[in-house]
Design a protein around this ligand. Structure first.
Ligand code: NAP
Length: 290
């Protein structure tokens, strides 16, 4: 591995070619960080790279090609990363194809929402932990959803997280993966408690999405989304919490917490805070990552 030197702190953020991730990349680059955007599509990544550089007025932005649904791609991307220190890692990329009607699997035969939104971040963090430890103060941020508030009794299905033997709904798969990311943040904060690395999770609220990203949306769904977006905040507004947790000295030693869009600590469900449940979810998760 080549050692590329920079005096700037380095922030790696996945899924930064659109929405909140792109807005956060711009804000964090403006704060003087070198920002690496992890994107699965080269063309969309390059377009975003130019926009982020222009809007942040910084040339210190890099593109990393990575498909978070594929462990092989995550391993290759991390292997190819030339920086031997990472200061901030933000797991923003997520699969939530609201038009999906049937269960889909990745090229590695894992249900794509589970693979992308939960397994991918866990594997990527694991591969980057040594580089995060080299930071004076490393930060890992996972992303969940305020929608979980409407599902207070939701559990991660330890026996069947991939919907192999029950009916599929992309919404159920999505919320399960986001619940797992909340629990993962609590677990990892404990695992890393004797290091300088902090781990926190963001509860993203209703944020405007680019409807053009979903060309197969039915008229009814388009209408429902345009109604929902009337109550939504902008990606730039939500990204302020990403930027706060990624860069603010105020949270230097805050770890294992869950934050809302006002940078306030919030609680998650009783199930998600239970140590035995967290251990069961992480035991099952680790079996996927051998
Ligand atoms: N918008 C909301 O109301 C809302 C609410 C709760 C939580 N969230 C969470 O907030 C985060 C950002 O969402 P957003 O609203 O900004 O949505 P978005 O614009 O759709 O952004 C999602 C990003 O993830 C990327 N992505 C998806 N699958 C990937 C994969 N396999 N590998 C690499 N990148 C992949 C997408 O890239 P492509 O262009 O290649 O698809 C896109 O850049 C997500 O974690 C989401 O779950 C959003």
């Amino acid at each position: 591995m080549e050692n590329s030197k920079t005096d700037k702190r380095i922030c790696l953020i996945t899924g930064a070619n659109s929405g909140i991730g792109k807005a956060a990349a711009i804000q964090i680059a403006r704060q003087g960080y070198r920002v690496i955007i992890g994107c699965r599509n080269k063309e969309r990544g390059e377009t975003a790279l130019s926009e982020i550089k222009e809007k942040s007025n910084s040339d210190d932005v890099e593109l990393m090609i990575i498909d978070m649904a594929l462990q092989k791609s995550i391993r290759a991307a991390v292997e190819a990363l030339t920086h031997n220190q990472v200061d901030v890692l933000i797991h923003n990329a997520a699969d939530f194809d609201i038009t999906r009607k049937k269960r889909e699997v990745s090229g590695e035969n894992i249900e794509t929402v589970w693979a992308t939104n939960h397994l991918g971040p866990v594997l990527m963090t694991d591969l980057l932990t040594e580089r995060l430890k080299r930071s004076e103060q490393g930060r890992i941020i996972t992303i969940a959803s305020k929608g979980l508030v409407a599902h207070p009794f939701l559990k991660v299905d330890i026996e069947d997280p991939e919907f192999k033997s029950k009916s599929y709904s992309v919404e159920k798969a999505y919320y399960q993966s986001k619940l797992a990311q909340v629990m993962y943040a609590y677990w990892l904060a404990q695992e890393l408690k004797d290091t300088e690395i902090t781990v926190n999770c963001i509860r993203v609220t209703n944020v405007k999405i680019d409807i053009e990203r979903y060309p197969n949306l039915s008229k009814a769904m388009k209408l429902s989304y345009s109604m929902k977006s009337k109550f939504a905040i902008t990606p730039e507004e939500m990204a302020l919490t990403y930027t706060y947790l990624a860069t603010s000295p105020e949270v230097n030693s805050v770890t294992g917490k869950y934050f809302d869009e006002k940078n306030k600590e919030v609680s998650s469900s009783a199930y998600s805070r239970d140590e035995a449940n967290i251990a069961a979810v992480m035991d099952m998760t680790m079996k996927y990552l051998k």
